[in-house]
Design a protein around this ligand. Structure first.
Ligand code: GYE
Length: 330
């Protein structure tokens, strides 16, 4: 009888302790993380976006925001208005807020070491989205983005084919010092190198913006070499679309008098191809939200990820534009 009571008491104490533990567990969760759902901590991610300079960028932002929402991730989104200082400020704010993971699209390649070291010292992993940096690669866990050199090569290969290897080329470059500007310039030059009659006779930045692309093209056309231009290579569609306007205003036929190739593959570029004004767009896919958060969730769970993840892309020539247009998602 005595022994039975003892056992019962021990059981009751264990049960009470267990319940107490359970209750206190629950309390802890509620106190530490008001956003917790079903005992699972909500992931908090800080994302610093470059700005809204192009249709590509807007589609990229939409994709990231939609994916975070779909996964129930708390996204702290900051728009840097194309200024590196603003991005550094945003990253510092994310560190202060102790987010779980930081992701960002670096506007330029250099000048990130210091702030990345600060994130590392705070124990917050950083994922690069879309653009690369020139920094010690232990300062970030992964880089998800396109192969910009290959995109430049594809544009050059197309232009060589379309012009029979003979062209006086004007180039509209992206944001100075950005990975896509440097790499797209490089890949393009690699591809046309073997054609002695393909020459870049004009090159200027249009900062990836339509209005600036138009301005730069106007200046090209008014310059002493303006009349010689037979081809245009724009580092993105928006600048090509601006340039198309400038070419028309100068009384020339874009897509005919001047063969045009650009990069991104946004809807407006397909429309311009259907109208015969643009000859080719090399795809650069901005819809990387799902891939980005796959990486982020793994990183947060301390699972291994690949350091470099390349986005898959294609090339679209004018003849294919009409059929492809209805299926374009950005
Ligand atoms: O091509 C351009 C945008 O970084 C790949 O940035 C991106 C580039 C894209 O503004 O349109």
């Amino acid at each position: 009888m005595k022994r039975g009571l003892g056992l019962w008491l021990t059981g009751a104490v264990a049960l009470a302790l267990g319940m107490g533990l359970l209750v206190s567990c629950k309390d802890d969760t509620a106190k530490k993380d008001p956003g917790a759902t079903g005992g699972k901590k909500k992931l908090v991610v800080g994302f610093s976006q470059i700005g809204a300079e192009s249709a590509w960028r807007t589609a990229n932002t939409d994709s990231i925001k939609a994916e975070a929402e779909k996964r129930g991730i708390e996204l702290k989104f900051a728009d840097a208005q194309q200024k590196q200082q603003n991005q550094i400020g945003a990253i510092r704010a994310f560190i202060t807020q102790k987010v779980d993971v930081i992701a960002f699209s670096p506007v330029v390649e250099t000048g990130w070491e210091q702030v990345l070291k600060e994130a590392k010292a705070a124990g917050i992993p950083v994922v690069l989205s879309d653009r690369a940096v020139k920094a010690d690669d232990s300062l970030y866990v992964a880089f998800l983005g396109a192969d910009f050199i290959e995109e430049g090569r594809r544009a050059g290969t197309f232009l060589a084919k379309a012009t029979g290897g003979k062209a006086q080329i004007a180039e509209l470059r992206g944001t100075p010092g950005s990975a896509p500007e440097l790499d797209r310039a490089k890949g393009f030059r690699e591809a046309i190198e073997k054609y002695p009659d393909m020459k870049i006779i004009k090159s200027q930045t249009g900062n990836f913006e339509r209005a600036k692309g138009k301005e730069a093209m106007e200046a090209f056309l008014k310059s002493p070499e303006g009349a010689q231009i037979t081809a245009l290579y724009a580092h993105n569609d928006d600048m090509a679309l601006g340039a198309i306007q400038a070419i028309e205003e100068a009384g020339k036929k874009p897509g005919k008098d001047i063969t045009i190739v650009s990069i991104d593959g946004v809807k407006a570029a397909f429309e311009a191809m259907v109208d015969g004004k643009l000859n080719c767009t090399v795809e650069c896919n901005p819809l990387i939200g799902a891939q980005l958060f796959d990486i982020i969730e793994k990183v947060a769970a301390k699972k291994p990820v690949e350091k470099r993840i390349v986005v898959e892309e294609g090339v679209f020539e004018q003849e294919k534009a009409k059929d492809a247009l209805p299926t374009r998602k950005y």
